[in-house]
Design a binder for this molecule. Sequence first.
Ligand code: ZN
Length: 259
Amino acid sequence: MALRDCPACGATKATDIPAFSRGEWRIGKCDACGFVYLRNPPRYDQLVDEFAWEKTKAEHRSRLQKERPVLMAIDRAFAFRWRFRRDVGSSYVRVFGQGKVLDVGCGRGLALPEPLIPFGIELSAARHAEADANMKKRGGYALFGPAIERLQDFPEGSFDGVLMSSILEHEQHPRALLEGVRRVLSKTGKLYLRLPNHGSSNRKVMGARWGGFRYPDHVNYFTVPQMKRMAEETGYRFRQLNRFSPFSDNMHILLTPRT
Ligand SMILES: [Zn+2]
């Protein structure tokens, strides 16, 4: 398997971090810019097939369960409360307001509530079919395939909003994905990103046992300053929405086109 160049700066040299690597999967740090990434990711077709998210998620849960049963129990308790305390869909309405919104990696196409008009891109054939049916009922539709390729099928400035929740950490070409999204966003459009924060305090405390390490699904490990840099380099203005959530494993980011 060929080693991947740094997705942040394009440098070819990186140094493996054995503590973060697992089995055949090599996590390394770019010698030039310090970005942490999976150096030998599987191909798209393997991701759909043998490393399908549903399967690796189950493996991931059982690994964590074995390594840190008490923390997992706490995590579940909080996830339970979280569901009652927070309606994710309504937060998307708050961010986007109204109009056409593209959900990249849309699953079954149910994330975006009324009055948003939902569009999607999905890599799994089964989920795509469901998403397309769900979205067509509400005036949108879903395309099937890798995000960077399918974005090209939408005309420039098509969308008032784009949602990428738990996507950028999976994308082998995050820069190209951000550029592709930039093209389909209207001048006043918004890109809402949610992804693991490799610079989070929890990651620093947990080290290699941090729940954000997923093999081989997560191929990019952004910190907030690294996310900001890539966003600005690909034509966006950057704002972190959860700056004051010091214990969050994730960053919530709002990007708007720089004109
Ligand atoms: Zn680099």
